[in-house]
Design a protein around this ligand. Structure first.
Ligand code: GAR
Length: 208
C-alpha cells in the first residue's frame, strides 16, 4: 500500500480523516510519519510515538538547515506521497524540488482565489457567493501548483470567518481522502508539472 508522510502544524483533523479512511479500509495506504514545526501540535498525538517527528525552525541556524533536516527525516520514511495538511510554513525551493511531483497540500479556498492566510475572511471581504477547498501539487510558488480537485460551499449571509471555516473544513476531509484514493491507487500522477488521470492530461481541477 502507498506510504504517506504528513506535515502538520496544528489540530490535525485532516490527518485524522486520512487515518480514519485507512482504518475503515477506504484508503489503501499507511501514514509512515507525521512531521511538525510545532512540537506541541495536536496532530502529532494522532499517531504512535515512533511515527512522530518535530523540530522548531528557530532551533536551526538557517531555514535551509531546518528544511534539510525535515527533508532527511521525511526521506527516511520512504514515502510515495508527502501531504501538507495544515502545515503553516512556506516551504523553500530546495525541499519542494526534492519531493517534486509527490508533495500535495490542502488549502482552504477555491484556488487561484485567496492564496496565503485568512482565506475565509478574504472570501467574505471579497463578497464571494461561493468558497471551498483545493488540493494541489506543491511548487516553490506559494499555493500555485496544479490543482487536483476542489469542493465548494456557499457563503451565507451573516457568515463570519469562524462559521465559514467550519463549513469548509467539513468538505476538506472527504475531498482530501478522495484525492488520496486517486493518488495512492496510481490513477492520478504528475508528469512534467501536469496532472494525468488514467493516463490523460487533466486540464481543469476535478470537482468532488
Ligand atoms: C485546514 O483548514 C487546512 O485547509 C488549512 O489549515 C487547516 C488545518 O486544519 N491549511 C492552510 O491554511 C494551509 N495554508 P487541521 O489541522 O484540522 O487539518
Amino acid at each position: 500500500s502507498a506510504r504517506i508522510a504528513v506535515l502538520a502544524s496544528g489540530r490535525g483533523s485532516n490527518l485524522q480523516a486520512v487515518l480514519d479512511a485507512i482504518a475503515a479500509g477506504r484508503l489503501d495506504a499507511q501514514v509512515v510519519g507525521v512531521f511538525s514545526d510545532k512540537p506541541d501540535a495536536a496532530a502529532l498525538q494522532r499517531v504512535a510515538a515512533p511515527l512522530r517527528w518535530s523540530a522548531r525552525p528557530r532551533d536551526f541556524a538557517s531555514r535551509s538547515d531546518y528544511e534539510q533536516a525535515l527533508g532527511d527525516a521525511i526521506a527516511a520514511t520512504a514515502p510515495d506521497w508527502i501531504l501538507c495538511a495544515g502545515y503553516m510554513r512556506i516551504l523553500g525551493a530546495g525541499i519542494v524540488q526534492r519531493f517534486a511531483g509527490r508533495m500535495i497540500n490542502i488549502h482552504p479556498s477555491l484556488l487561484p482565489r485567496h492564496k496565503g492566510l485568512h482565506t475565509h475572511q478574504q472570501a467574505i471581504d471579497a463578497g464571494d457567493a461561493e468558497h471551498g477547498a483545493s488540493v494541489h501539487l506543491v511548487t516553490a510558488e506559494l499555493d500555485a501548483g496544479a490543482v487536483i480537485a476542489q469542493s465548494r460551499v456557499p457563503v451565507l449571509p451573516g457568515d463570519d470567518a469562524a462559521v465559514l471555516a467550519e463549513r469548509v473544513l467539513a468538505i476538506e476531509h472527504p475531498l482530501l481522502v478522495a484525492c488520496l484514493q486517486l493518488l495512492c491507487s496510481g490513477r492520478l500522477a504528475e508528469q512534467d508539472g501536469k496532472l494525468q488521470l488514467d493516463g490523460h492530461t487533466l486540464f481543469s481541477p476535478l470537482t468532488l
